[in-house]
Design a protein around this ligand. Structure first.
Ligand SMILES: O=C(O)[C@H](O)[C@H](O)COP(=O)(O)O
Ligand SMILES: [Mg+2]
Length: 300
C-alpha cells in the first residue's frame, strides 16, 4: 500500500531519507509549457539541502541541450549531465551497446531531439525532420530506393507522423532481416498543457502492428536509462528516489532499479488507479498530489 503524504513532517522525513532525487519531467515538473506550481521552488530547496537532482524524461522530442534551455527559461540552472532523455539514451545504446558500424545509419521516425543526440554520439541517420519525408503526398514504392546502409529504425514521439514515414520504416524493417527495431519509449500518452496527447508508444504501435513485432524499448521502465545515468553519476540506489506521474514507466523504472518511488497526481496517473476498486499492481512507495507539496519543508 502506498504511503499517502500530507503533513509537513511527512515531507520533511522524505527529504531527510534520500540524497539523490530523480525527476520525471512531463506531468511532474510541467505539462507542456506550463510549469507545475511550486516545482522549481522545490528543486531549489532540494539543492539548498545538498540533494543531488537528476532529470529522467522519456520525451525524445528534445535533446539534453534543448532541455537545459527550457530549465534556463524556468529560472533553474541545470547542467546537461543532470538531464537524461530517451533520445540521449537511444543514441548511447546505438553507439555503445549495439555498436552500429560507422558506415551504417539509422532511419528515424521522430523529432529534432533524436537527431541532435544521434549527431552528438556520431551516429548517422536519415528520415526524422527531413522535408522530403514530411509530406502528405501518397507513398509509392516506384519512387523509393532502399538505402542498404540503414541498420536500425528508431521510433520516437513524432508530432508530424505520416504514411510516408511509416512506409519507409516498414520497408527497412521487412526487407533487411538484420535491421533493428528500436523505440525511444512506448508511453501511450503524455500530459500536455490543457490535457493529454498521444505519446511515442502510439506512434510506434502501427509500425509494430504492420511489421508483426514489438520494438526494443530504450526509455523508462527499461534499465538502459539507469545505465546511462550510472555511467555519469555515482548514486546509492538505497538513498535514491524516483519521482514520476506514470505507473508503468516512472514507478516501474524506479522499482526495477531498486529505488524508492514517489507518485505525483499532476500527470497521467489518477488517484483511482491506486485506490481502487481495481488498483494497479504497480504500487509506489509514496503518493502526493503534486511535487509542489514539498514546499512544506524548510530550506535549512
Ligand atoms: O514520448 C512521449 O510519449 C512523451 O513525451 C513522454 O511520455 C513524456 O515523458 P516523461 O517526461 O513523462 O517521461
Ligand atoms: Mg511523465
Amino acid at each position: 500500500m502506498a504511503a499517502r503524504l500530507s503533513s509537513a513532517q511527512d515531507y520533511e522525513s522524505l527529504v531527510d531519507q534520500y540524497d539523490t532525487w530523480m525527476f520525471d519531467c512531463d506531468g511532474v515538473l510541467w505539462q507542456g509549457s506550463n510549469p507545475v506550481d511550486g516545482a522549481m521552488d522545490v528543486l531549489q530547496i532540494l539543492r539548498h539541502r545538498g540533494k543531488r537532482v537528476i532529470f529522467v524524461t522519456n520525451n525524445a522530442s528534445q535533446s539534453r541541450k534543448s532541455y537545459k534551455k527550457k530549465f534556463d527559461k524556468l529560472g533553474l540552472e541545470v547542467h546537461v549531465d543532470e538531464i537524461y532523455g530517451s533520445a540521449y539514451a537511444s543514441a548511447v545504446y546505438i553507439s555503445t551497446v549495439m555498436k552500429l558500424p560507422k558506415d551504417k545509419k539509422v532511419f528515424v521516425i521522430g523529432m529534432s531531439g533524436i537527431e541532435e543526440e544521434l549527431t552528438e554520439e556520431g551516429v548517422s541517420y536519415i528520415g526524422g525532420t527531413d522535408p522530403a519525408d514530411n509530406t502528405l503526398e501518397p507513398f509509392s514504392l516506384s519512387n523509393f530506393t532502399l538505402d542498404t546502409s540503414v541498420g536500425a529504425v528508431l521510433c520516437g514521439l513524432d508530432t508530424s507522423i505520416n504514411y510516408t514515414k511509416l512506409s519507409k520504416a516498414y520497408q527497412y524493417l521487412t526487407r533487411n532481416p538484420v535491421c533493428e527495431f528500436l523505440a525511444t519509449n512506448t508511453d501511450s500518452t503524455y500530459p500536455a498543457a490543457g490535457g493529454t496527447l498521444i505519446g511515442a508508444g502510439s506512434i510506434s504501435a502501427p509500425l509494430a502492428f504492420a511489421v508483426g513485432k514489438e520494438p526494443l524499448c530504450i526509455g523508462k521502465p527499461a534499465k538502459t536509462m539507469l545505465d546511462c545515468i550510472q555511467a555519469k553519476v555515482h548514486f546509492d540506489p538505497k538513498k535514491t528516489i524516483m519521482v514520476g506521474d506514470r505507473l508503468n514507466t516512472d514507478i516501474l523504472f524506479g522499482q526495477q532499479g531498486g529505488l524508492a518511488t514517489l507518485l505525483v497526481l499532476t500527470g497521467i496517473t489518477k488517484e483511482i488507479e491506486i485506490t481502487g476498486p481495481s488498483p494497479s499492481p504497480i504500487v509506489p512507495d509514496y503518493v502526493t498530489a503534486s511535487i509542489g507539496d514539498l514546499r512544506a519543508v524548510g530550506k535549512q
